[in-house]
Write a protein that binds this ligand. Structure first.
Ligand code: CA
Length: 240
């Protein structure tokens, strides 16, 4: 195989490999490393979610058949938090329906196993090349009279900053990025806190109450605020 020029450390793309099969995982890890990528290998969905929450990645290579959860759920969760991440699904499932479900869950591309490393590397190069040109800065989101700038971590009301606690900001950000859609309590707990959180979800209620109070106080009575509807027994929805 032709060896591409060695990239500098700075330009190494970080790849999170999620694969429970030892042979495939090792093959991917060494193949990626040998071709200028910086791979990290997770064997379960839970480990992958916690790794994706902890560090910044450029690419997620995701097996669908994982021992602890469906890879599609991993794709959905990671996508909700990382809109710019390149997600490539690696699947032994060849049915169209699985491929469609994968793309609907937020994947950018897929490869059906068995695939060759050369093809995988070519796909990654093509996607990443395009991304350098196309990736727009994450635009601030307008929510009624509020502007939420996730990149800058700023929430402003008529250009005045609203001081939100970190978790309040994250909670608002997850709801805003899913505006119009119901977001379950479980998803919020996983996204905002930690997917390994087994404690009381009262934390979520307290943070939500704090978020609503801060927004109301900061914006005053007459302002148009984004409405966060409580969905009993499910979660919340930020209204469009
Ligand atoms: Ca598997």
């Amino acid at each position: 195989m032709r060896t591409p020029p060695a990239p500098s450390d700075r330009s190494r793309h970080r790849v999170l490999v999620v694969e429970d099969d030892d042979t495939i995982g090792r093959h991917l890890e060494s193949g990626l490393r040998g071709n200028g990528y910086a791979p990290t290998w997770s064997r379960t969905g839970t480990a992958a979610l916690s790794e994706a929450a902890r560090s910044r990645y450029d690419v997620l290579l995701l097996d669908l058949g994982l021992p602890d959860m469906d890879g599609l759920d991993v794709a959905r969760t990671v996508r909700a938090h990382h809109p710019d991440l390149l997600i490539v699904i690696l699947t032994a499932r060849t049915d169209d329906i699985d491929v469609i479900a994968g793309l609907d869950a937020g994947a950018d591309d897929y490869l059906v196993k068995p695939f060759s490393l050369t093809v995988l590397l070519a796909r990654l190069r093509a996607h990443l090349r395009r991304r350098v040109v196309e990736t727009p800065p994450r635009e601030p989101v307008q929510l009624a009279d509020l502007v939420l700038d996730v990149t800058a971590r700023r929430c402003t009301f008529h250009d005045e900053d609203i001081e939100l606690r970190p978790k309040e900001f994250d909670l608002l950000a997850v709801l805003a990025l899913n505006a119009g859609a119901a977001v379950s309590r479980e998803t919020l707990m996983a996204e905002v806190w930690d997917e390994n959180w087994f404690g009381s979800t009262k934390t979520l209620d307290v943070t939500m109450a704090g978020l609503r109070r801060r927004l109301t106080e900061a914006a005053g009575g007459s302002a148009r605020l984004p409405r966060i509807t409580t969905l009993r027994g499910h979660g919340y929805r930020l209204e469009l």
